[in-house]
Design a protein around this ligand. Structure first.
Ligand code: FES
Length: 103
């Protein structure tokens, strides 16, 4: 079931940006890849690092704590096929960014 939460304004989130946002009580990593927004669960599955504070290069984010890398479009870990970070839906309404945190 969808549960859309407003997390910010598009004007404050330019291409190349990565950011940690709170959507309700959920920590979300939000990325702007050349104008397309993507959202992942913001807690790194390795040891809980803040993925939204990681460096974004193309569509790959690098966790700032120990360097695990994920494709922000799919959540897939760069080298381990068994590790996939949950993705969240993103939509834009006017200048507002919304993330679907589900039920
Ligand atoms: S906590 Fe993210 S790589 Fe270790």
């Amino acid at each position: 079931m969808s549960n859309w939460v407003r997390v910010g304004c598009l004007a404050d989130f330019p291409p190349g940006a990565s950011r940690e946002v709170l959507a309700g009580e959920r920590v979300v990593a939000l990325f702007n890849c050349d104008g397309t927004l993507h959202a992942l669960d913001g807690i790194c599955p390795h040891q809980g690092g803040p993925l939204g504070e990681g460096e974004l290069c193309g569509t790959t984010v690098t966790c700032p704590w120990h360097g695990w890398q994920f494709d922000v479009r799919t959540g897939q870990h760069a080298t381990s096929h068994s590790v996939r970070q949950p993705t969240l839906g993103v939509k834009i309404a006017g200048d507002e960014i919304w993330v679907d945190v589900g039920t």
